[in-house]
Ligand binder design. Structure first.
Ligand SMILES: NC(=O)c1ccc[n+]([C@@H]2O[C@H](COP(=O)([O-])OP(=O)(O)OC[C@H]3O[C@@H](n4cnc5c(N)ncnc54)[C@H](OP(=O)(O)O)[C@@H]3O)[C@@H](O)[C@H]2O)c1
Length: 341
């Protein structure tokens, strides 16, 4: 049983913690929370132990009715691996603390790539991550792009990728972020960093990305234009995409789903926890092939897509299972591939 701690209990941290609780080879020792709010109170009610980043936060948590099991130092003394889910850039500040404690660390995509020994994507480079001291699970958009690229790479081969990302402005619970009435070209100077982030996992890939941010909180949407290594048929592409539970094909003709709003509603109706869609959602009817050129739309549920990769990252970094075994255990325990309609 590998003992895991989670530092940061926001959008990603709370989902990672829940996912660890579902693994039969991992124990959630506790989570680090800074403030006493509804999330902290719910965690307490569910028996999750709360640790504080420092004495001042511990005092505030206790004053707010959240029992504190200790500080982050106490947590680090009891775990084999820490999953850092603090806001982007904060993880790097904790890195020396994790190293001092002799604890392996998994960071998130909001950190610079050099925070860890390797950037991680289960379908692309699981084997290279085995036994490392630190890993960085790439961002939600990068995880979505890499799942598609590595799945097609394995079956057919991918020569180049051009992608336009339509990004959500904020997560549903975030009240302070925008835009509210705008389409922000972000960044104006091309390419966007997302393609560069893909290259932290696939260094040789010819990929260029552009991104805009729109006033929605539900999901990101990508228009992906891929040059395959050779001409392929639609059946070959569909077979490749259906070979992994990490990708979901959305049949718009049959389901009527043509938007992120309807996708999230389908997840709600299906009783998915938190409406989560950790699978990459590829719109089947958008798949267009001209010889070796492939075009498609895909949607990324930013709040949950990186959760399976975080669980695989624990098994890789702790050398607990082969890639296939880890992916199977993660997918089964988290219910990936369970029908939404
Ligand atoms: N949200 C996404 O769409 C998404 C997708 C993929 C990857 N990521 C990446 O995942 C990471 C976490 O993002 P997130 O969206 O989960 O952030 P978030 O919702 O803002 O949560 C961050 C958590 O960290 C806590 N925190 C803040 N400062 C801290 C500190 N100094 N020490 C310990 N904990 C601290 C916050 O505590 P309080 O709750 O007490 O304030 C909060 O629980 C980032 O690197 C981000 O880029 C995010």
């Amino acid at each position: 049983m590998v003992r895991v701690g989670v530092n940061g209990y926001g959008t990603i941290g709370k989902r990672v913690a829940d996912a660890i609780l579902k693994q039969d080879d991992m124990e959630l020792v506790g989570v680090v929370k800074t403030r006493p709010d509804y999330s902290a109170l719910q965690a307490v009610r569910r028996g999750i132990r709360i640790y504080a980043p420092d004495a001042e936060s511990a005092r505030k948590l206790e004053a707010g009715g959240v029992p504190v099991a200790g500080t982050i130092h106490d947590l680090l003394g009891q775990v084999d691996v820490i999953i850092d889910a603090t806001p982007g850039g904060v993880g790097a500040k904790y890195k020396p603390l994790y190293e001092e404690a002799g604890v392996k660390a998994i960071f998130q995509g909001g950190e610079e790539a050099d925070v860890a020994e390797a950037s991680f994507s289960s379908l692309c480079n699981y084997e290279q991550a085995v036994g490392k001291r630190s890993l960085r699970v790439v961002s939600c958009n990068t995880t979505g792009l890499l799942r598609l690229i590595c799945t097609l790479n394995k079956a057919i081969g991918v020569k180049s990728v051009r992608a336009t990302l339509v990004r959500r402005a904020a997560d549903p619970r975030e009240t302070k972020r925008g835009p509210v009435n705008s389409i922000n070209i972000s960044p104006v100077k091309l390419p966007s960093h997302h393609g560069e982030d893909v290259k932290t996992v696939l260094p040789g890939l010819d990929i260029v990305t552009a991104a805009v941010v729109v006033p929605t909180t539900l999901m990101h949407v990508h228009l992906v234009n891929l040059r395959l290594a050779r001409p392929a048929s639609l059946d070959e592409v569909l077979e490749a995409l259906q070979s992994t539970r990490r990708i979901m094909l959305v049949d718009s003709g049959r389901t009527g789903i043509k938007s992120t709003a309807e996708l999230i509603e389908a997840a709600r109706d299906a009783g998915r926890p938190r409406n989560d869609i950790p699978e990459l959602a590829v719109f089947k009817d958008s798949i267009t092939i001209n010889g070796d050129e492939l075009i498609l739309f895909q949607a990324v549920h930013q709040e949950s897509i990186v959760i399976p990769e975080n669980i695989d990252a624990v098994r890789a970094i702790m050398n607990m299972a082969s890639r296939e075994e880890s992916i199977r255990k993660t997918d089964e325990s988290l219910g990936l591939g369970t029908p939404l309609w």
